[in-house]
Design a protein around this ligand. Sequence first.
Ligand code: GTP
Length: 345
Amino acid sequence: MKQQPSSRPVLQPMTVLVVEDQYALRQAMVQMLHNVGATHVWEAGSGAQAQLIFNAHQPDLVLLDVILPDCSGLDLLRRIRAAERQADSPAWTPIVLVSSLDDEAAIWDGILAGGDDYLAKPVSPTILAAKMLAMQRLQHTRRQLEVTGAALRQANTLLEQLVEIDPLTELTNRRGLDRILTVELGAALREQKPLSLILCDIDYFKQLNDAAGHVHGDAVLRQVAQLLRSACMRPRDVAVRYGGEEFLLVLPGTPQSGAMTLARGIQHVLAEVAIAHPASPVASHVSLSGGIVTLDHYASEVCQAELLEQADAALYAAKAGGRNRFVHVRDGAQSGRAGHASGEQ
Ligand SMILES: Nc1nc2c(ncn2[C@@H]2O[C@H](COP(=O)(O)OP(=O)(O)OP(=O)(O)O)[C@@H](O)[C@H]2O)c(=O)[nH]1
């Protein structure tokens, strides 16, 4: 004697598309589906009709007859799977093939074509409910994976941003600079627009640390970072913490004159804000020395390292010239005052 199932499977709300050309069989399946809790059942008697309903309603499950009047059920199945693969976000609808061709080759072909399971006619209500439950489990697991995947992608993006941020000053760090400079150098060459870099260094920062303590030194680094960030007015300007007490400004589309004006502005603000520096021989407040380089001749490509070396050489010239000043690489140490620092007057 046939054993009866212990209890009726409990289904989550589910919408189903039944593709079956024989009316009586289709109605029987629709009835069974309603009995096991399907929330909505669409009916299609042909492949074309099924495709239209599938595209319009995206059912949770498809029961698909293998032999249809206008096409093979397997062809329709392949078309649905191909569209899912091409979708922007990964999609998958459980599809159970229904056929009286319950020989092994037919089952094999159906699964190869993208079917998830196979149901033999005449359809048993219990087997149908059991397969719906199994498909629902698969669908649930897949959705959970999608949610986890999306959360992971979000966490990765955040992580990528965080690894490019200096924790003390919250400015872009050296790693971020490498990426940004690669992009901006490429853009400058492509668009034939100038690109300026200002490499600045806090004057006598060691003495400040020694006199006021490391914690105060950190606070000063944060203040200077904030000030430099504010000086970067254009959306593509970036302030970078280059090293301990060194900062770099990346100024796309900025010629030499623009970079010098910006440097003067920074010196002006530094004098106004007047962050105390009790141990500086060059100013009563925290001051910066800076080296400026501008890429505005595009005959040949310039590498990052070369530009940074030039900025460093100009910074060295600014220091050698007495600090608290900015020097453009083309001006050299003697003639390159970019602005006045009030403490030096
Ligand atoms: N508080 C603090 N100090 C730092 C940090 N990073 C580097 N420093 C200090 O910055 C100082 C840099 O010293 P130097 O390279 O001699 O530079 P300087 O004293 O500014 O001298 P000049 O650049 O020649 O004017 C060192 O004392 C470092 O310990 C940091 O994150 N916080």
